[in-house]
Design a protein around this ligand. Structure first.
Ligand SMILES: Cc1ncc(COP(=O)(O)O)c(C=O)c1O
Length: 446
């Protein structure tokens, strides 16, 4: 299949095996973006689309930020690459220090990774290494949650709970993994913010602990708000209860904040928004406004100290890292993003816009065929009626939304809306109007 319209040169689409894409269908009728600026994309037909999901939850400061472009260009001029093992450069220390100002409590030791998936693997390995260093090597079990998304590596899909991502690989998943039930309850349909019902679901951790022995569990990992599966907001008290059970049994609590981190919940991290502090926290995406690949893991100081103290001086303490951990271009983008966050008060903007965004999103409730709307902070999910098989309705609707001039992320039959924090009310209005048009056109077309 060749691209023959717009101002893109004729080109073959076959060679690129696209990720998480229906390759055959896409290549019949490609959606190619040629430009991004502020809140808008332009596709190869010259159509403008509003970005309703901040790319893939990663561009809260909007697109094409000159501050980031300049910082990366300058970094390339000065020092393009340095190996991150036994060497380094100033930028990584500066960014780690800045990140630690936003992380809660003493989660002040920052390990850089390449992306969210590698951050999750790092978090799991940190928990295991910590207990080995502490002389509690028997703690090898990890508890995740149904409908969790923790990236695409083996550790991540093992602790994750999105069935389509796991079933093909079910025979090679990590051993000793258990899952809490997910938190999407029928009685909480169309609830804005934290639902009243469901904190009892955290007791699943107690049951798992009773079943295998709490002294064998290293960590429990959850997304504070499950993002990729469609914005499942935790029931009131749920996260606090998880924290209490972890404390009772000496289990580490890991928050995967790859989506919820950096202001999406109206605070630096969901940890502060829900007032629950984990022991280890992952982040990625918005850390560079999405433009350079970067993930990070923040650990409690005591975890870092325990792992370091278990090794003799001069020895590598943690046999882990990546060629692209803390590379200069990503650090430069991260530092520029920190300046934008500070100068433009991005977390506050997110918090202030959230009520308007959520009220607007819930105004779509009257559309026949929408089966649930949920949301917290600057993120919401809209479920649409199943059509024959999971994902069919979601993808068809996504295409109708694209035609209506709206770009967003659809997972299964859920449309996930997560606008950039720099948006104004008029942008929210435009997103909602286009959602209404696209969803209505989808139902009409059936
Ligand atoms: C909570 C969570 N963890 C991990 C990941 C994986 O991140 P990446 O795609 O950067 O590897 C994602 C990606 O969406 C995510 O939402």
């Amino acid at each position: 299949m060749a691209i023959d319209s717009g101002n893109i040169r004729s080109n073959s689409l076959e060679e690129h095996w696209m990720p998480f894409t229906s390759n055959r269908d896409y290549k019949e009728s490609p959606r190619l973006m040629v430009k991004a600026e502020g809140l808008y994309y332009t596709d190869h037909h010259g159509n403008k689309l509003i970005d309703a999901s901040s790319g893939l939850f990663c561009n809260p400061a909007g697109h094409s930020r000159s501050e980031i472009k300049e910082a990366v260009a300058n970094q390339l001029e000065q020092l393009d690459y340095v190996q991150p093992f036994q060497q380094g450069f100033e930028g990584s220390f500066e960014l780690a220090r800045k990140i630690s100002k936003h992380t809660p409590d003493d989660l002040n030791r920052i390990f850089f990774t390449i992306c969210g998936s590698s951050a999750v693997e790092t978090a799991i390995k940190t928990a295991i290494a910590y207990f080995k260093a502490k002389g509690e090597g028997h703690r090898s079990h990890i508890v995740g949650r149904e409908r969790g998304y923790h990236g695409m590596n083996i550790g991540g899909i093992s602790v994750g709970g999105m069935v389509a991502n796991r079933k093909t690989f079910s025979n090679i998943l990590m051993p000793n993994v258990h899952h809490l039930r997910h938190t999407h309850l029928k009685e909480n349909l169309f609830v804005k913010g934290e639902p009243e019902t469901g904190s009892y679901l955290a007791d699943d951790l107690e049951r798992i602990a009773a079943n295998i022995g709490p002294e064998n569990i290293a960590a429990c990992i959850v997304e504070p708000v499950a993002g990729s599966t469609g914005t499942l907001v935790p029931p009131k008290g749920y996260l606090k209860k998880l924290r209490e059970i972890c404390d009772k049994h000496g289990i580490l609590l890991i928050f995967d904040e790859v989506i919820t981190g950096w202001g999406r919940m109206g605070e630096p991290f969901a940890s502060q928004a829900f007032d629950v502090t984990p022991d280890i926290m992952t982040m990625a995406k918005a850390i560079t406004n999405g433009v350079m690949p970067l993930g990070a893991v923040a650990s409690r100081e005591s975890i870092y100290d325990t792992i370091l103290d278990a090794s003799p001086t001069g020895a590598i303490e943690f046999f882990h890292g990546y060629t692209y951990s803390a590379i200069p271009v990503s650090m430069a983008a991260g530092l520029a993003m920190q300046n934008i966050i500070e100068k433009e008060n991005l977390f506050q903007r997110s918090k202030e816009m959230s009520p308007y965004f959520l009220d607007s999103l819930f105004s779509l409730k009257d559309i026949d065929g929408i089966t649930d709307i949920r949301g917290y902070g600057m993120m919401g999910g809209i479920d649409i009626n199943l059509d024959e098989r999971p994902g069919k309705a979601g993808y068809s609707c996504f295409k109708k939304l694209f035609e209506a001039g709206l770009s967003l992320k659809a997972t299964g039959d859920c449309l996930i809306v997560a606008p950039p924090f720099i948006c104004e009310k008029q942008h929210i209005d435009e997103i909602i109007e286009k959602l209404r048009t696209g969803i209505t056109n989808y139902f009409k077309s059936k």
